[in-house]
Design a protein around this ligand. Structure first.
Ligand code: URA
Length: 433
């Protein structure tokens, strides 16, 4: 078999066999197939697409390129969750303890943030003492005892995806539906879950901006999961503005605690209950969505979800006292108010610009090796639909630097203010699966 023939076949619109896809993925992972051939392959897929069977085969080839985690030592149906990435997306910090409190075991592997989007691992590491590395035995024990544990993604989980993603990033082939679907699903399958709930973001802060693209991506991932016997549900959720009011790390943990106390942003709470209810049904704990939603709401109100979060933090070495006193989390030296320069109603808040503003403050990384400033971030005091008068505080910047001009400029530009109050946009657009 020759890689050049595989590229040509796809370039000419042909379909590839399982053997061809394994040959390409294995050869690329080992370094036998050079980057330039894999880049040409990615571009051929970008233009010609793939059918469902090809996407499933590509996914499995990437799963088998590295370690496949066995969660057999964990009792019950293991349910994982994955977000396609957004700004202010702290849903895992809320949903995982929430469903764990309901009795669903969650053995979660999460990633770090890159570019304008944040990552769960960085947010958790803002908690003093918290560590993300657990030996496999400890990971399994924590899930059995506390129903939840969260670790960083192992270096050898779907290594083909890691290499291919880096190539796609520099060859304008990220935005390909078969490549995104197989990238996400290969990591989820390799991480060993029995059921997967996908939070597919749609809008300005999302990876795929249009509803049609996001729907097709969701349907494709659901079909990959089902063909591999993993119950998979996709929730299409709104990312036309940042999620909730906090963007950063420690401040997002603070917001997650508020939601777990039943005192958080209504849209964020609604999304977490929706995702959590689908996870709890997939985990076999409740018979249907309505029962699960009601029960999870009760776990927020009773404080049980917050207690589970505290137990989880302490089980991974962190300061559990932050749930009672969020002041124990890192605090920035400077708080800078960003004020409205016109009157009206907030029409939109460009999520990507807010994400970049937070990243420039130190809350995210421009490059993989950059260090995070956990205290840095942005609080959005005005959200879409709010009335604004000249000089009102739109947002507050948390920074350890006195020089925040670029972030201030980006935040002012992110707010679109107009004469009429816009119609409200639902936080959950659609559920597939
Ligand atoms: N997230 C991933 O993990 N992979 C992609 O290709 C896009 C988003």
């Amino acid at each position: 078999m020759r890689m050049v023939d595989i590229i040509q076949q796809k370039r000419d619109g042909g379909r590839l066999t399982r053997e061809q896809l394994y040959f390409a993925v294995q050869g690329f992972t080992k370094g036998d197939i050079p980057d330039y051939q894999m880049s040409a392959f990615a571009m051929a897929v970008f233009f010609r697409g793939m059918d469902a069977a090809e996407i499933a085969d590509l996914t499995m080839a990437m799963v088998n390129s590295g370690d496949v985690v066995s969660l057999a030592g964990i009792r019950g149906t293991k349910v994982d969750k994955h977000s396609t990435g957004g700004v202010g997306d702290k849903t895992s910090l809320i949903v995982v303890p929430l469903v764990a409190a309901a009795g669903v075991p969650v053995a979660k592997m999460s990633g770090r943030g890159l570019g304008h989007t944040g990552g769960t691992v960085d947010k958790l590491e803002s908690i003093p003492g918290f560590h993300i590395e657990l030996e496999n035995e400890q990971f399994v024990r924590n899930v059995n005892e506390h129903k939840m544990a969260l670790v960083g993604q192992s270096g050898n989980l779907a290594p083909a995806d890691k290499k291919l993603y880096a190539l796609r990033d520099v060859t304008a082939t990220v935005n390909s539906l078969p490549l995104i679907a197989s990238s996400i699903m290969s990591k989820k399958i390799a991480a060993g879950a029995d059921a997967i709930v996908l939070d597919v973001k749609v809008g300005s802060g999302a990876f795929l901006k249009s509803m049609a693209e996001a729907e097709e991506l969701a349907a494709t991932m659901v079909s990959i999961g089902s063909s591999l016997k993993r119950k998979t549900i996709a929730v299409l959720s709104d990312m036309s503005e940042p999620l909730g009011t906090e963007v950063g790390n420690a401040n997002e943990v603070r917001e997650a605690i508020a939601v777990l106390k039943g005192e958080g942003d209504a849209r964020l709470t609604e999304l977490c209950l929706n995702l959590g209810a689908h996870m709890a049904v997939a985990g076999g704990v409740y018979a249907d969505y309505a029962a699960a939603y009601g029960a999870l709401n009760g776990l927020l109100a009773s404080g049980e979800a917050l207690r589970t979060f505290r137990t989880f933090i302490e089980a991974q070495g962190g300061e559990g006292g932050i749930v009672d006193d969020p002041g124990l989390l890192p605090q920035a030296r400077y708080q800078v108010k960003v004020r409205a320069e016109q009157e009206g109603f907030v029409q939109a808040i460009d999520a990507e610009s807010v994400g970049v503003a937070a990243m420039l403050l130190g809350a995210g990384r421009a490059r993989k090796e950059d260090a995070i400033d956990y205290a840095a971030g942005v609080s959005l005091l005005k959200k879409t639909g709010d009335a604004v008068r000249y000089g009102d505080v739109l947002a507050v910047i948390h920074s350890n630097s006195e020089n925040n001009q670029e972030s201030i400029g980006r935040l002012v530009a992110a707010y679109v203010i107009g004469a009429d109050r816009p119609a409200p946009v639902p936080i959950v657009h659609k559920v597939i699966g």
